[in-house]
Write a protein that binds this ligand. Structure first.
Ligand code: SF4
Length: 332
């Protein structure tokens, strides 16, 4: 199984409850960014540039927990910045787990050893380790030698201790299909529970040209799609077909909402029109149909999972062939 049974059940119940209530625009994942500070300065990171003036801000614990209540999403992805630098990361994680939220900690792995001494493995907890390629590529992307080796060491440690471990890989222009295959096989050897691979997004605030253009994606993701048959790739098959250029998808940015120290970020995880004080204000200020149909110029080269996997989840059950592909993929 590629995702935990408990998560599948909770997601199915949650979505059916919201749909039965007649709701169309509800969140599935809360991206909780309690800080933007990081102990690395990755070349593809838009956050440390966009929030450079407020990089020292940290969200009070009550505010972070309140954000999870406000969104009421079953999955809380704690990211940033580097979330393990957040001063309340241990009580935040433990409280969210107690409240039966599926917590994913998105980390560069540098501070993991200290954290796992304080938080036990749990069905509701998983780690999402950032790893963008094999050693030379990853250390170049994060701009520090030795980080790849730390990731490998920490994945091994987490698996030994019984935690669920996923990886998150951004595919850049320079990443070849061969390197992706090598990485996927290496992570399989490390017994990771799931691998997510997505094309990088060209944040407006960045000036480098390392991101895949739309026409460069199909070849690389065709290979990922083939490898998904035998490796624990957790992108949905429908999203992989989209990345491989075999079908089109609309975006569902409301399924992944973002809260950071400045407020609720809208309209989506990637692009910013403003920060709003409450979740309701962010919803009221956003024309979801405009972004669903990718009319904004900033959507032009975007195929990020945060918008499109939500569409796949919402459409689950509508098409028999797609539904069968999804069931087969996740049960394997
Ligand atoms: S297409 Fe991308 S940039 Fe546009 S709304 Fe969706 S996730 Fe955001």
């Amino acid at each position: 199984m590629r995702i935990p049974l408990r998560l599948m059940i909770d997601l199915a119940r949650y979505m059916s409850r919201r749909k039965r209530a007649g709701e169309k625009y509800f969140p599935i994942v809360l991206m909780l960014e309690p800080l933007h500070a990081c102990n690395l300065a990755c070349v593809g990171c838009g956050r440390i540039v966009e929030y450079k003036d407020t990089i020292r801000d940290q969200m009070p614990l009550e505010e972070a927990l309140g954000a999870a209540d406000e969104a009421d999403a079953p999955i809380v992805s704690i990211c940033g910045g580097e979330p393990l630098m957040y001063k309340h990361i241990v009580p935040l994680t433990k409280t969210l787990i107690e409240r039966k939220r599926h917590v994913q900690i998105c980390t560069n792995a540098l501070l993991l050893e200290r954290f796992v001494k304080q938080v036990e493995p749990n069905t509701y907890l998983s780690f999402n380790i950032h790893i963008d390629g094999m050693k030379a590529t990853h250390d170049r992307v994060v701009d520090r030698q030795g980080v790849f080796d730390t990731c490998v060491r920490m994945i091994t440690l987490l698996k030994e201790k019984g935690y669920r471990v996923q990886t998150n890989t951004t595919v850049f222009r320079e990443t070849t299909a061969e390197e992706l295959e090598e990485l996927i096989k290496m992570l399989t050897g490390l017994r990771v529970d799931g691998m997510l691979l997505t094309p990088g997004y060209h944040y407006q605030v960045l000036t480098n040209d390392i991101y895949l253009k739309k026409d460069e994606m199909p070849f690389k993701f065709m290979r990922v799609k083939q490898l998904a048959a035998d490796h624990k790739i957790i992108n949905t098959p429908i999203y992989l077909q989209y990345l491989a250029g075999e079908r089109d998808l609309l975006c569902s940015p409301w399924t992944t909402v973002t809260r950071n120290p400045q407020g609720w970020k809208g309209p989506c995880y990637l692009i910013t029109n403003g920060h709003y004080k409450t979740f309701k204000e962010m919803h009221a200020a956003t024309d979801w149909e405009f972004y669903r149909t990718k009319q904004d110029i900033r959507c032009r080269d975007c195929k990020l999972h945060s918008g499109f996997e939500g569409t796949v989840a919402l459409d689950f059950g509508k098409n028999l062939k797609d539904t069968w592909q999804m069931v087969r993929h996740y049960m394997s």
